[in-house]
Design a binder for this molecule. Structure first.
Ligand code: IMP
Length: 186
């Protein structure tokens, strides 16, 4: 194949600035994968991906995990546009039983904590051996209810961010970086 010049993808015009570059995200996810592999060695790890925001993070994280594991998915909804409604709805549940398993919930971002708080309460009634949380991003200053995430990729300030799986009204999930959305007209 003929050599091509490297094309850098232009920043999306709706993005005010990039908060986390693709290379930073990848490096951190590799570290998280190593830590999880160490912590769960010899255990029955089930990764629970929370749709849809975790999909990009999850697919990279899973490839950075070097021990045997299974994956299942849940879909909850608490957001409309840029704000948490506080009302959490179950749109999709686990396919397999959680009983006796070491569950690792994989989330894109923890903001108010309302979604995770609801989810953790619900999962704990199903008899898992353990439940922990792994979130790519943490907006700790926005918490309305306390939730503990054992694994956090990056703590970020209170901005509405998109990209790397995160959306605004279903847009921008495919951006390879995490960026702050411009506020005008959004
Ligand atoms: P929480 O219930 O407020 O913690 O919100 C959790 C969910 O809200 C996340 O899983 C995201 O889907 C969504 N969310 C929270 N903050 C943001 C953001 O800055 N950008 C995109 N989605 C967000």
């Amino acid at each position: 194949m003929p050599a091509k010049s490297i094309q850098t993808r232009p920043v999306h015009p709706d993005i005010e600035r990039i908060l986390l570059e693709e290379s930073q995200l990848q490096a951190r996810i590799k570290e998280m994968g190593k830590q999880i592999s160490r912590d769960y060695a010899g255990r029955k790890l089930t990764i629970v991906g929370i749709l849809k925001g975790s999909v990009i993070f999850l697919s990279d994280l899973m490839r950075a995990i070097t021990i045997d594991c299974t994956v299942d998915f849940m879909c909850l909804s608490s957001y409309s546009g840029k704000g948490s409604t506080g009302v959490v709805r179950f749109l999709l549940d686990l396919r397999d039983s959680a009983e006796g398993r070491d569950l690792l919930i994989v989330e894109d971002i923890v903001d108010t904590g309302l979604t995770l708080h609801y989810l953790l309460d619900n999962l704990k009634t199903r008899g898992p051996k353990s439940v922990e949380v792994c979130a790519l991003l943490d907006k700790a200053e926005c918490r309305k209810v306390p939730v503990y995430a054992k694994y956090v990729g990056f703590k970020i300030p209170n901005h509405f961010v998109v990209g790397f799986g995160l959306d605004y009204d279903e847009k921008y999930r495919n951006l390879p970086y995490v960026g702050v959305l411009k506020t005008d007209g959004k």
